[in-house]
Design a binder for this molecule. Sequence first.
Ligand code: ADP
Ligand code: MG
Length: 650
Amino acid sequence: MSTVESAPISSSQADAGTGVANDVVSDANGSAKEAPSSVASRPFEADVQRVLRLVIDSLYSQREVFVRELISNACDALDKRRVDALTEGERYRDAGAPEIRVHFDTKARTLSIADNGIGMDAIELAENLGRIAHSGTRMLSEELAARNASEVGAGAESPTAELIGRFGVGFYSVFLVAKAVEVLSRPARDRQAHIWRSDGLSGYSIEEARRVEPGTTVTLALKDDAGFEPADLRAAILRFADALPHPILLSQDEEAPTQLNRAEALWRKSPREVNAETHAAFFANLSPGAGAPLHTLHVHIEGTQVFYALVYIPERGQSLFGGEPKSRMRLYAQRVPVIEACEALLPPWLRFCVGIVDSEDLPLNVSRELLQDERVVTRIRTQLTKQLVSGLKKLAQDDPDRFAQVWAAHGTVIKEGFHLDAGYAKELESLLHYETLLSEKPISLASYVEAMSEQQPAIYYALGDNAHLLRSRPELEAFKEAGQDVLLATCPIDPWVMAALPRFDDKPLKSAFDADAAPLVDNDVPAGDDAWIKGLRLALQDNVAGVEYSKRLRQAPACLKRDEDALPAHVRRALEAMGQRVPETKATLEVNATHPLVAKLRACAAENAEPETLKSWGEVLLGLATLSEGELPADPAAFARVLASQLAGS
Ligand code: ADP
Ligand code: MG
């Protein structure tokens, strides 16, 4: 005897218990067996129909999501079977190995997805499939109602799609492509199977049926205009289900089924079980053509948040202002990929990382918009960032050469963390590596400090755009002579790094270009202000703040002393190139009393030479000092003329 149940698909959990579920319970109790068959289909309540319509309309361009939803339901059912079998192993004695079979019948235009998982009885069919979007429905309809009806009515597609994306469509996504759906299911504990049928418009019915094996088969009769072909099915499975841990077998018409996915989620394995080759292959899959990863981080976090992550550091760096993607991290929810390039998973200064995060706590329907205020994701991001930074620290200790490669490729981007995420500055400072005045191999701040003498009061750095050029800067001559090292900070972010890092290991960081930074050289610096210095100051007053004898120069005739808070010349240039107006600040011209050129000027002054001659030599000195900073004199052609005429005349 067969029992037929028919009821409207109810709009909320509360409603669900009143209709078909109760009737089936009484059916199970052996009473009122015939009654349900007389229940005719009832129409949906108005708002349910509207919601369903909206779901279908707004998700139409992504209609393959139904594949993701059905396959993930099948996977859940297989997982539940695994749990059930722990205590009720006997039920599954004859059941085959867990698998999902997908079949496309091109003649009948039907598509079926079958699993041999936990299955459902009549009550479960009614309860689980009898509600639209479950608890989300009511909220969704309330929010839709709250919106201006004209906005929705006017086909404001994007906000509506956004809204719908925030609520699971789950099983109901089948109606994106199906004109009718049947769910044939049998739980392992029961021999009786049932079939649930619906056209997604009027309601559903449940009827007794036969299924030899426990499990569930969902069969879709495709709409005539579904526009969904076997190739779309295949592509969707590969896209959504490649990493799912159960085999997915696909067949078409008379063809034998073939397994499409690899059926293993690498990131969920124990790190010890995954070797470097497997990682390399997986990385190649994520980032084709990028070679082998420089470093791999395999994370499993338990606690308030459960997630698995695989993060690879690629060989090739990203440029600071380049057009690279903002993220190459994929987000999975319970083994199902949900967001392709998920910026929220890592801070921007780790955007070079390639990988996967698989959360146990996020719903499958999580959308990019929702992620913004999803606490789960914030926690994942914090945890993962910590793990990555400490992983890099460990790499720097265990394998300095490998770390050097990572730093060379990605150090610049990591350094952005200093001004983007001040909270990590403490952690990040131990990753900093710089070439130095005395070492071409980048060293850490800790090694710098280790090599410092007791007397050295600070850690010195020099900002510039090229280490080689910095090494020949006049301001660093005294450091070289004293064997006192200087960090050569040559990346565009370094001014911000240094600003964010006043101290390291209790030692202050200071610019080596500050006039009082240099170790003193025993130049014979004449005491007091010679009259000629006063004369030179007067002659150059339009261009410099002052002229004085240098205490740090050895070989160069002159250099410029800038205010401590003045921007270094190359930074000023970069800012100006970006269209910013940077106020002009005058520097002080420092002259080397032991240099023959300076001696010559003094002699000129002593001989009461023309003020013009003094001014011309002063301009030569100023121009040379500017050039040795790697900058052009304010008027290069005028400088060339004055230099040439002074050389000719001397
Ligand atoms: P969700 O998966 O988020 O719970 P769905 O609409 O996708 O929402 O599915 C509703 C419920 O239907 C599931 O929670 C599950 O209990 C049941 N279900 C769906 N498909 C299957 C299946 N293949 N086997 C067993 N139960 C299923
Ligand atoms: Mg589901």
